[in-house]
Design a protein around this ligand. Structure first.
Ligand SMILES: Cc1ncc(COP(=O)(O)O)c(C=O)c1O
Length: 422
């Protein structure tokens, strides 16, 4: 029995934990959910944790002197500790709950950026960034008169460390913000090496781990970055919650971003004193139930095993690419499977990505088509859109094969139509 077959049996077992995966698509075909880079599905353990909170002990946190509020506060802070362990932070107070990756990056760009980036300064990104790690930096640059630059990728969609070093040397950017895993190409970046290169040149670092945290262990101490961010809904958790990790000294020195209740130590008619970490960055009522759902999600992933998830997904990627390569006119984007997390994007000459995705939907297969919030990357590849299949540990080799077959059918069908029109 191959490793894939061995793990596929486990994938089958895990599937039954996910109620939605037993449903059928509109077409009547069994659902093959291959849109995990957009958002993952939820195991019963997460759904139950959220329902248990609302049913059993929900109240606002950090303010009530009553039993429910105390229990709810205790569970919310327990969730922080669990997620902090998931990232191996030094202290739980370095873990700020936000509304998601986008909210976390905006917090850093606004709060850290306004205190540390000024006129004529530089911010370095890579060509593989999601708009969430581009637009907030442009907004900051416009506000303070700074400049945003992009490290180009190699022809096979990887970061060339010499180009990174050259740009760091030439620009001495205040911030180097980059993704750990590309949401389009699947490319896995050497995070610790990139952070070290930036630190040696005096640049702060932010790592967008939105596509890394679902697919393998994230150890923020090993990475050494100033900030690491990810979203709950991509790790089997709820929407409306994400994480901003910051090194304690950096967060302590950073001014608060949103102002309001809960983030203050004292307010007088003359001003306010911010609360200590982590409350300083959690103004207003936080995402209480969502944090408890996220805790259940990361505990569940720990039970599945993050190393095993990464290994298994790489096998699904290899299988998908081997099949897709047989389809004439199809180009797989990004590097070879050994450099990828569980994402395969491709383009077929003369056929729009939306047509392919729509055809796959008629077969019960959910993939994403478009620019995937990465327009600069698509521009650099000379295309406007791509089709993306993104896998998770509950996907099976059969689903991958069904996707490959359906893409082949789509190619034949739309190519014939194109020919008839000529
Ligand atoms: C690499 C990356 N960064 C950031 C985001 C934004 O995440 P969210 O929409 O959860 O804020 C995504 C979402 O697809 C992503 O893939």
């Amino acid at each position: 029995m191959t490793v894939t077959e061995a793990f596929a049996l486990d994938a089958g077992r895990f599937r039954s934990d996910f109620p939605v995966l037993t449903t059928r698509s509109r077409s009547g075909a069994p659902l093959a959910y291959l849109d995990n880079a957009a958002s993952t599905q939820h195991p019963a353990a997460v759904i139950d944790a959220i329902a248990d909170c609302y049913r059993g002990y929900y109240a606002n946190v950090h303010r009530g002197i009553h039993t429910l509020s105390e229990e709810s506060t205790e569970r919310y802070e327990r969730a922080r500790k669990t997620v902090a362990r998931f990232l191996n932070t030094e202290h739980a107070r370095e873990l700020i709950f936000t509304a998601g990756t986008t909210a976390a990056i905006n917090t850093v760009a606004r709060a850290w950026g306004s205190a540390n980036v000024g006129e004529g300064d530089h911010i370095l990104l890579t060509m593989a960034e999601h708009h969430a790690n581009i637009v907030p930096w442009f907004q900051l640059a416009t506000q303070v008169g700074a400049h945003v630059h992009f490290v180009p990728l190699t022809d096979d969609g990887r970061l060339d460390l010499e180009s990174v070093a050259r740009m760091l040397d030439a620009l001495r950017p205040k911030m180097f913000a980059f993704t750990a895993v590309s949401n389009v190409l699947g490319t896995v970046n050497p995070v610790a090496a990139l952070v070290e290169m930036a630190r040696e040149r005096g640049s702060a670092t932010l790592v967008d781990a939105a596509q890394a945290a679902p697919h393998g262990p994230v150890d923020v101490r090993e990475w050494g970055a100033d900030f690491v961010v990810f979203s709950g809904h991509k790790v089997c958790g709820p929407t409306g919650i994400g994480v901003l990790y910051g090194r304690e000294a950096v967060l302590d020195a950073m001014p608060p971003f949103l102002g309001g209740g809960a983030m203050i130590h004292r307010v007088t008619t003359r001003g306010f004193e911010p609360a200590p970490l982590p409350e300083k960055f959690e103004a207003g009522t936080p995402p209480i139930t969502e944090a408890i759902g996220l805790e259940a999600a990361v505990e569940y992933l720990g039970h599945v095993g993050l190393e095993a998830i990464g290994r298994y997904e790489r096998q699904l990627v290899e299988r998908a690419e081997a099949g897709l390569r047989e389809i004439p006119g199809l180009e797989i984007l990004g590097p070879a499977p050994e450099h990828k997390a569980g994402i395969v994007s491709f383009a077929i000459e003369g056929i729009h990505a939306h047509d392919i995705a729509q055809w796959l939907d008629t077969r019960g297969i959910a993939v994403r088509a478009g620019h995937h919030c990465a327009m600069p990357l698509h521009q650099s590849l000379g295309i406007t859109a791509s089709t993306r299949a993104s896998f998770y540990f509950y996907n099976t080799p059969d689903e991958v094969d069904a996707m490959v077959d359906a893409v082949g059918e789509a190619r034949d069908r739309f190519r014939k139509r194109g020919r008839k029109r000529q």
